[in-house]
Design a protein around this ligand. Structure first.
Ligand code: DAH
Length: 347
């Protein structure tokens, strides 16, 4: 076959050869443009045997053939590239974007909610909010509150000492209650005083369904001329109505009782219980202690430089965990500290 005829035949093959995928493109390149044994290289090598007067023309046609093969290959590769990037077959531009699993929105811990509610109620009664340190000295946590050194009343508050207590028992402690804030406020403020002091307190107690080594209290203190126990009762009753009355928990009725009690820093003293309704219990429920209270002992007023002949006051300290448990029917205090989301997201 003449070179001329072979050129025509290879051109026809080039026009027909499929470039449907990357493999076919490579086969095309080797078959037509391969340097060693490609069809076009082969034709070029025959050029020297053609009649001299035709070589120039045949050379030009071979170059054109090579260009046409290269052109088809380039076009085929470009088509394959756009196909894979635009994914013409499987790209759906109407699908929503790929986002990570949605982050669940959190909420305030049930204790934070309870604290906020308690504070809101007392603010509406005209109380200011005071705070004190969680690491306390003996004076504020005990002595100024009329707990003499080595007095058995200190035993009621199983204390974490930050250092081994000295022989007189007066050491640096994690505060066992929020009552030291009473002392701090009265040391700095002239009566009339009307404050609450929310915060964390710490006790070395056996952990059970109703006690934990740390918990929260809200202290209350009112000191003025002519303050009486009747004021204390009225205030706490109004508070219980506002706090429990607003909920649909088991203590909806907010049944409350005052029980005589003893605290070194109040005289007389009372503990307040709220009825915990529970059909599973004999009698349909039980009384649950939520706070201690009483008239501020004159010794405490004297300790902080307030004249007990002129001023009287009352104080109370409530357990925030107890309040939350009563309001929501939570029967184990430990649930409040385990941070199990299944529990927390119920509130
Ligand atoms: N501080 C006491 C406690 O944690 C509770 C308490 C009782 C506080 C009587 C008071 C109070 O302010 O008047 O056990």
């Amino acid at each position: 076959m003449s070179l001329d005829a072979q050129i025509a035949a290879v051109q026809a093959e080039i026009d027909d050869a499929p470039i449907s995928d990357a493999e076919a493109a490579e086969a095309f390149r080797v078959r037509f443009l391969g340097r060693k044994s490609g069809a076009i290289t082969d034709l070029f090598s025959q050029l020297g045997t053609a009649p001299p007067d035709q070589r120039r023309d045949l050379g030009q046609r071979l170059n054109a053939l090579k260009q046409s093969a290269q052109g088809r290959l380039d076009a085929g590769l470009a088509a394959l590239a756009t196909e894979t990037t635009s994914g013409a077959t499987d790209l759906d531009l109407t699908l929503p974007g790929r986002v990570p699993a949605p982050v669940e929105r959190g909420s305030l811990h049930v204790l934070s909610q309870t604290l906020a509610d308690i504070q809101d109620i007392f603010r509406s009664f005209g109380f200011a909010v005071a705070r004190g340190p969680e690491i306390e000295d003996d004076w504020h946590n005990f002595s100024a509150l009329n707990f003499p050194a080595n007095h058995p009343a200190r035993d009621m508050q199983d204390t974490f000492f930050l250092e081994p207590p000295p022989p007189d028992g007066r050491g640096v402690v994690l505060r066992t209650h929020t009552s030291p804030v009473q002392v701090r406020v009265l040391e700095q403020t002239e009566p009339p005083v009307r404050v609450i002091a929310p915060g964390r307190v710490f006790r070395n107690e056996a952990i059970s369904y109703k006690s934990y080594c740390l918990f929260h209290q809200v202290e209350g203190l009112v000191v003025d001329e002519g303050v009486s126990f009747a004021d204390l009762k009225a205030l706490l009753q109004a508070f219980a109505r506002a706090f429990f009355g607003a909920s649909d928990g088991p203590a909806r009725e907010a049944r409350m009782r005052f029980r005589p009690s003893f605290f070194p820093f109040t005289e007389p003293s009372a503990e307040v219980d709220v009825w915990w309704a529970d059909d599973a219990l004999p009698g349909g429920g039980r009384w649950m202690e939520i706070l201690g209270s009483g008239m501020v002992d004159p010794n405490v007023l004297t300790n902080v430089g307030v004249d007990p002949e002129r001023f009287t006051g009352f104080a109370f300290g409530m357990g925030v965990e107890r309040m939350a448990m009563l309001r929501h029917g939570i029967d184990d205090i430990r649930l409040l500290y385990e941070n199990d989301v299944r529990f927390l997201k119920q509130f």
